[in-house]
Each structure stands twice: as structure tokens, then as C-alpha cells.
Design a protein around this ligand. Structure first.
Ligand SMILES: [Zn+2]
Length: 255
């Protein structure tokens, strides 16, 4: 019986060599969520997949498979966007690698998430066109957390509900996933000091339309504080730090 074929948009998350000439590729697709497939002969003939199998490449994927959950057979993969503007810049390349690493960690195989697909699509475009690389990464983290059910609380103290507008000194508690005021957070473990200015701009980043996000410019302090908050919070959720983040740290030291 012939296997049914499917067509979907997809981003390449990662791939490994298999046998002498094949690749096992993990995609994040619009219609099928995360999907693993075998690209037969992909290493022998790059032409066959026209270099579509590169990390974070956006393409139209044609695949077949017997039943859900099995390894798909990749029939073809045609590039929609290869992001030359990202690939020509080391910091942007590593930031895009970090973004797909996060998507990989926060999604499950076979579970569709059109929201996260759209987020990745939007933010790779922002990264390609804009110069605010760190801001793009921070707002991506923020929105990915929200879409994954881990939205950090910046609006009020998670213990006593004091609104941010009445808080002068705040801490971010990674285990609670939200801010605490001074009396609730003082001396607490897992509490990172954060200025209210940083929290206010992050709140704006939650709401603002994606095409206006480049207008939000973070100060040095806000960049450092937000970097710390998300790093610790994401490490708390995942139980470890994404590997690509360490590589990104190394790259930043060189720039
Ligand atoms: Zn409080």
C-alpha cells in the first residue's frame, strides 16, 4: 500500500548523519508540530534537497509516512527562506541557533503549535532585517514562554499582589516565575534583583505588535538584567541550560 504524502511548511531544527549517505532531520512544521524524517541520499547529493537542510532554514516539506509518530520519509524540501542576512553574521547565526534550540526544548514531537511556528517565523525575519539582536532574543524568549504556558509575571508581586507601579525594589523569583516586592523577596533564594524600568520595558514587549518590536530599545542595564532573568528562569524550567546559549556566550566575548 502506498504511504500517504503530506505537504507543510517547516523549519529545520537539527540533523544527524545516518548510515553512509542519509540524514535524520528534526523539523518543526506548521501542521504537524515537531517531526523527524529521513532524507535519503541527502549527503551524497546536496542537489537533491537543494541545501534546504540547514539549521533554521524555512522550507516547503513534502513527506510520507505510515501512521503518526513514525519516522517520515522526506520526499522533497524546497527552501522558502535561507536567511542569508542571518548566516552572514556570526552573532545573528548563533542567536537563530539558540532560538531553534529553545523551540526544540519547548515543543513535543507530533504536537501542533501554530502559535510557536508563527513566532519563529516572525522572529527569524526580525533577526534577518534588524540590528537589535539581543532585544530580539529576549522578546522571543518572553513570547515563547507565554505560548508554552510559562508566562513570567511582571505585573505584580506573586506573593502579596502589590502592583508593579507601587514597587520600588523588585526581585525575580525563578521558582515562582514572577516578581516579588522588597518585603516578600528580600534575602530569598533564587531571587534576582531587577529594576522596575527593565520590568516595564519587558511588559511592553509582551503586548506590542511584532512589527513594532524593533522600536523597543533596551538600556545596558535592562539588557543585562533581562538576560539574567531569562537565563535562570529557562534553566529552572528545563532543568539545564540549552547548549547553544553557552556557544552564544563565547561568541559575545569575542565581539
Ligand atoms: Zn510582595
Amino acid at each position: 500500500m502506498k504511504r500517504p504524502s503530506f505537504k507543510t511548511q517547516a523549519f529545520v531544527l537539527r540533523f544527524i548523519n545516518y548510515g553512509e549517505s542519509d540524514l535524520i532531520v528534526t523539523f518543526f512544521t506548521r501542521e504537524f508540530g515537531k517531526l523527524r524524517g529521513i532524507a535519503k541520499g541527502a549527503r551524497r547529493s546536496r542537489k537533491r534537497f537543494s541545501n534546504a537542510i540547514e539549521p533554521f532554514s524555512h522550507s516547503i516539506l513534502l513527506f510520507s509516512r505510515r501512521g503518526e509518530g513514525g519516522l517520515a520519509i522526506i520526499e522533497s524540501c524546497d527552501v522558502i527562506n535561507h536567511y542569508p542576512g542571518i548566516r552572514s553574521d556570526l552573532e545573528k547565526t548563533m542567536t537563530a541557533s539558540y532560538m531553534i534550540d529553545l523551540v526544540d526544548h519547548f515543543t513535543a514531537e507530533g504536537k501542533k503549535s501554530a502559535g510557536i511556528f508563527q513566532l519563529l517565523d516572525d522572529f527569524l525575519k526580525l533577526l534577518e532585517m534588524g540590528n537589535s539582536v539581543e532585544e530580539t532574543a529576549r522578546f522571543f524568549e518572553l513570547r515563547l514562554l507565554r505560548l508554552s504556558g510559562y508566562e513570567p509575571v511582571f505585573e505584580r508581586c506573586v506573593i502579596c499582589n502589590t502592583p508593579l507601579s507601587e514597587i520600588n525594589t523588585a526581585f525575580f523569583d525563578t521558582t515562582k516565575g514572577g516578581i516579588k516586592c522588597l518585603p516578600c523577596g528580600r534575602g530569598g533564594q533564587n531571587c534576582i534583583p531587577v529594576s522596575t524600568g527593565t520590568l516595564k520595558i519587558l511588559l511592553m514587549g509582551k503586548q506590542i505588535e511584532t512589527n513594532r518590536i524593533h522600536r523597543l530599545v533596551l538600556s545596558e542595564t535592562a539588557l543585562k538584567e533581562s538576560r539574567d532573568i531569562f537565563r535562570h528562569f529557562i534553566r529552572h524550567i528545563l532543568g539545564r541550560e540549552p547548549k547553544s546559549l553557552r556557544v552564544l556566550d563565547e561568541i559575545r566575548k569575542m565581539i
